[in-house]
Design a protein around this ligand. Sequence first.
Ligand code: HPA
Length: 278
Amino acid sequence: MNTVYEKLMKCYEQVEKKISFRPKLALVLGSGLGDFCDTIEISETLDYGEIEGFPKSTVLGHKGRFVFGYCGEKRVPVVVMQGRVHYYEGYSVCDVVLPTRLMKLMGAKTLFLTNAAGGINPSFHAGDLMLITDHISSLVPSPLVGEKIEELGVRFPDMSEVYSKRLRSLIEEAAAEVKVPLVRGVYIQTSGPNYETPAEIRAYGRLGADAVGMSTAIEAMAARHMGMEICGISCISNLAAGISSNPLSHKEVQETADKAAPMFRRLVTASIEKIAGK
Ligand code: HPA
């Protein structure tokens, strides 16, 4: 058997033994957004460390566990990744997307990705929430490189609508209802962990990116490959290098994300309820 698939199935077998919950939707929380779980009616949790073979997050401010529970008044069954794994931590891209694939196997048909990102679009401000319309992932390896895994999806998957138009319009509706302003744009994933140079940011802007970060695109690709319906929101935690004159720091990223957290929680909860069709 293919080693990537074998590892995934080993992780899945362990999760199946420990967890009986069947989520409808999978939510990945980015930097500073981990407190979203305070709003969830938690029914079970599973620390990543309890799953043998599972890549562990090493970033400050990222807890490492799956939270299973019900979101919003309408009690939508969700699995939440409280802390994700990043390529810059030294894991292979296949390991980075293992948790995403695992959540699909758990039963989630929809993937809701969130992250903190640097704003490239000059009209953006720190604290804005950006609906991801598309991504540029060419700076990091594709998680689909390697022996093909027919059990997961086709060899040459279409990526012409990674972020579902249907979900995007539901999120726009939810945002209007809960009065959370939303900007929209293209996300570019870099390898990190260093922030970018001003010249890189100018180049990414010319390529068509509105925001830059170190996650999300490869997870979206792996999920699309498996046929999940995907949406994503970036919290613009800072203006990218050269757009702001300040040096960038992880502390600033977290502080801004923390400030935006109440609005973000409102938007994500309302969006999930709309997506679940309740
Ligand atoms: N660049 C890359 N990743 C980020 C940034 C940034 O400016 N802000 C938050 N994540």
